[in-house]
Design a protein around this ligand. Sequence first.
Ligand SMILES: NC(=O)c1ccc[n+]([C@@H]2O[C@H](COP(=O)([O-])OP(=O)(O)OC[C@H]3O[C@@H](n4cnc5c(N)ncnc54)[C@H](OP(=O)(O)O)[C@@H]3O)[C@@H](O)[C@H]2O)c1
Length: 222
Amino acid sequence: MTTVGLVGSGSIGLAIARLAVDAGHRVVLSNSRGPATLRDTAASLGPQASAATSAEAAAAGDIVVITVPVSAFPHLPAAPLAGKAVIDVCNYGPERDGPVPELDSRSLTSSELLQRYVPDAFLVKAFNNIFVKHLLSLARPSGAPDRSFVPIAGDSAPARATVTAFIDSLGYGVVDAGRLADGWRQSTGTPVWATSYGPFSHERGRPADEATIRTALALATR
Ligand SMILES: NC(=O)c1ccc[n+]([C@@H]2O[C@H](COP(=O)([O-])OP(=O)(O)OC[C@H]3O[C@@H](n4cnc5c(N)ncnc54)[C@H](OP(=O)(O)O)[C@@H]3O)[C@@H](O)[C@H]2O)c1
């Protein structure tokens, strides 16, 4: 059993927490407002879930999942993330996050920006390209003919392996999309982002196999 620390427990964070609990993992939820605001949510996930501060969730996790707006990056707890495999689910949206010149000019990916704030974490970008409701509805066990895949990008091979095993336990295969700097291939608006799993209006989504994800990644342009 893995303990998963969630830094950010909104829409996508709670979907990952639900899949993690269903897979038998422990989850520690956190947000910006404190654990008291998450107690009912944690209770609804069952005895494997608890609520904590974001620093406590980061410290508790064997794996930590960051699901916050990019504008929250400067406020994340860096020290407890040191040396850990950390999944970066975040996407940049200037309308929500405010303009970030390095991201607008594409000289930096949002994961590389995040790395500046959590320099000793082993970041792996994953799950940023799938809508929350499709993430929940498309999870399938290993070997299922309609299993979906997601791209992952990260610099640490051990962290990529840890994250691959975790994602497998949640119901997805992975396609290795390269280093953290290659994460632009799966960022907002790219071919692999969201629509690989069908339109947002499609309630249950459409499975996307390994070849579909590889092809979509290869079609990305900067
Ligand atoms: N929704 C999707 O389908 C989806 C899919 C892929 C990727 N993403 C990306 O994932 C990220 C989260 O999206 P979302 O839709 O889940 O947003 P959301 O529902 O607004 O949730 C954001 C979460 O981040 C927390 N947060 C904000 N600042 C924080 C801080 N300083 N420390 C700890 N937690 C903090 C919020 O807590 P409070 O409520 O207490 O402020 C909230 O729990 C975004 O970057 C988004 O682009 C979303």
